[in-house]
Design a binder for this molecule. Sequence first.
Ligand code: GRF
Length: 203
Amino acid sequence: ARVVVLLSGSGSNLQALLDACADPGYGVQVVAVGADRDNIAGLDRAAAAGVPTFVERVPAHPSREEWDRALTARVAEHRPDLVVSAGFLKLVGPHFLAAFGDRYVNTHNSLLPAFPGIHGPRDALTYGVRLAGATLFFVDAGVDTGPIIAQVAVPVLDDDNEDSLTERIKVAERQQLVTYVGRLVREGWKITGRKVTIGVSDT
Ligand code: GRF
C-alpha cells in the first residue's frame, strides 16, 4: 500500500516506518514525505532512504486555504492509500479532509481525550496522572478529536521530567504506529461514527 508521511520535526516515527518497510511482508511503501518547513531531520531521513520529499510552507501561500489546497494537491500526486501525520504540527483544512479524511491518521503523545495539543507529556506531568501514553486516531476537523484506532499506556515514574517522559512515550508510540499502520493497510478498516474496526472484508 502507498503511504505518504507528513512531519515537522525529527522524524523518529518516520524512521520506524521506513525500517519496518525493509520487510516486504509489512505491506507498506512510503511513497513520499511532506513537511511544512525546511531544514528538519525528518526530510533528511526521507532523502537518505531515497523517498521523494516536498515542502509546503504556510507563509508561501496567500492564505491558509490556499496552503490547504496546495498541500492536498501535493499529497494527491502520490495517490496514497493512507496518509500518516507523524509529528506534523499543522492542522489541515477542509480540502485536505475532503480528500483524505477517512484515510488520514495522526499519532499523538497522550492518552486522548486527555491532553490534546502540542504539550501532551508536559500536561500529563502537570496534572499528575500516573498513566501517560500515545494515541493513534483518524484526523477530523478538531484538534486531536478524531476516532481512535489504538492507544498504548506508559507509566509516569516518580522521577520523570518532561524529557524523560516524552522519550519513554515515543518508544511506545513508534511501536504502536508501526504495528497499526501495517494492520490498517494489510487488513483494511471501517469507520462507523467514532468506532474504528480493523479487518473488514468486502464479502
Ligand atoms: C511524536 O511524539 C508526536 O506525538 C508528537 O511529536 C512527536 C514526533 O516525533 N506530536 P518525531 O518527529 O517522529 O521524532
